[in-house]
Design a protein around this ligand. Structure first.
Ligand code: PMP
Length: 478
């Protein structure tokens, strides 16, 4: 066994496969006697040059942003990046420097920045016609609706298009209230569902100030296997929902809404057996089950196309957005014909939700995800990445937990593993240093101490290695 020496600091044993991986990267590691001496990890090669950038500098943009945009907007990094170009899983700043995008997959792109097939679909449809979704017929809209419905289980066959995830969840909650004639909604603590009235009510993230109080919204105990009081016993947490129905409502509820894996909340996988038990209680109370697939849907979890499928349940209403348009504003609600019928009593319409350009983009994304085998890639690369992150946890005490599925992974940092003390300051330091070395990673969780890894689904094994090597390198120097 060789020793691995990271720039003269931490020294540990290095197994054969690890040694071979390090030595196969020219300039990154060198064998010196019995040591493998690590240098700075390098970005995987990528044969692409972005066009030159001639726009304003970062300082000028920041100044304008502070002056003319919402004071509640926040940004990552002490000196925010001015990103001006993207190609697949990489982003380029104004100086042409390339970064690995390990976060943008849920924020915007599922199949890769500026994917040529999606760009072409948008341009072609824009040249032909852009109009509203209502009033006239257009094949782009119905073709995508049909394709989306075909990806749904059971009787989930009617699609309502929206412009965002918030709108999709607002509509789902409203439909549930109209369908059941009930007002009460149950959501999970630490959930995020959007930024309008009902969705901010259902969002229970007081720490991040995302929540606003709404009558009729009840927040159930979060079935969080790492921090929750019942560990991974999903059925025990599910009892809290039963109690809420019994003691907090008239005995009937309109809906239960949850993500399959909480995204903003810090990649929290709901404890096993939780959702089936809760869905049963909700149905018994006459309510509907809403699956918020805004982050976990569209292949991200790798093993399944939809996040809820990992839990063996079929919701009554499914909502989605973000990656489904690969950066184009697009959301959707899919439900059964029976539930959809309630909106005929209220003449619901949405001027732009699912307009021809956006649905052409959505349809192209679906085609790319299928043709390029991105679900299988999320599974293979995600499993590999998780495996490497778990190995990193053995090495660095600061890593308290590694979790998630496919390309939706979380790394929770703590200063004390026993106490699970959130490493709030340390995570900012690691994140900043990772950016300097070329990795853009997300951050979230109730305490803001969880790395969120949700890259475009075209992320490769080399990218995964680079990300972990950079994290390792930074943590070794702390
Ligand atoms: N649901 C979930 C799970 C989300 O993560 C988000 C956005 N972070 C939303 C809904 C709201 O989506 P949007 O920002 O497109 O309104």
């Amino acid at each position: 066994m060789l020793r691995i020496v990271s720039r003269g600091r931490k020294v540990q044993r290095c197994c054969w496969s690890e040694q071979r991986r390090w030595l196969s990267q020219p300039g990154v590691a060198q064998k010196q006697g019995n040591d493998v001496v690590l240098g700075v990890p390098r970005l995987p090669s990528f044969d692409y040059s972005p066009p030159p950038y001639n726009g304003p500098a970062a300082d000028e943009i920041l100044m304008k942003r502070k002056k003319f945009l919402s004071p509640s907007m926040f940004y990552f990094y002490q000196k925010p990046l001015n990103l001006v170009h993207g190609k697949m899983q990489y982003l380029y700043d104004d100086k042409g420097r390339r970064y690995l995008d390990a976060f943008g997959g849920i924020a915007t792109v599922s199949c890769g920045h500026c994917h040529p097939e999606v760009v072409e679909a948008i341009v072609e449809q824009t040249k032909r016609l852009q109009h509203s979704t209502i009033l006239y017929l257009n094949p782009a809209i119905t073709d995508f609706a049909e394709a989306l419905a075909s990806r749904m289980p059971g009787d989930l066959k009617v699609v309502f298009f929206t412009n965002s995830g918030t709108e999709a969840n607002e509509l789902a909650i409203m439909m549930a209230r109209l369908y059941t004639g009930c007002q009460d909604i149950i959501s999970l603590r630490n959930a995020y569902h959007g930024n309008a009235g009902a969705t901010m009510g259902a969002t229970a993230q007081c720490n991040w100030k995302f929540n606003v109080v709404q009558t009729g919204v009840h927040h159930a105990m979060n079935p969080d296997p790492y921090r929750g009081v019942f560990g991974s016993d999903g059925e025990k947490y599910a009892k809290d929902v039963e109690d809420l129905i019994q003691f907090g409502t008239s005995g009937n509820v309109a809906a239960f809404i949850s993500e399959a894996i909480q995204g903003v909340g810090g990649i929290v996988e709901l404890a096993p057996d939780y959702l089936p038990a809760v869905y049963k209680s909700i149905k018994k109370a006459g309510g509907l089950c809403i699956a918020d697939e805004v982050q976990a849907g569209f292949s991200r979890t790798g093993s399944h196309f939809w996040g809820f499928e990992n839990h063996g349940v079929i919701p009554d209403i499914v909502t989605m957005a973000k990656g489904i348009g690969n950066g184009i504003p697009l959301g959707a609600v899919v439900t059964t014909p029976d539930i959809a019928e309630v909106l005929t009593r209220h003449n619901y319409f949405n001027t732009f939700g699912g307009n021809p350009v956006c649905t052409a983009a959505g349809h192209a994304v679906l085609r790319v995800v299928e043709r390029e085998g991105l679900q299988a890639n999320a599974h293979t690369v995600g499993s590999y990445l998780k495996h490497r992150l778990i190995a990193l946890k053995d090495k660095h005490q600061i890593i308290g937990d590694v979790r998630g599925r496919g390309l939706m992974l979380g790394v929770e940092l703590v200063t004390d593993r026993e106490e699970k003390t959130p490493a709030r300051v340390e995570i900012v330091h690691v994140m900043e240093q990772m950016k300097d070395l070329g990795v853009l990673i997300g951050k979230g969780g109730l305490y803001g101490n969880v790395f969120r890894i949700t890259p475009p689904l075209c992320f490769s094994k080399d990218d995964a290695d680079f990300l972990v090597d950079v994290m390792d390198y930074v943590m070794s120097k702390m």
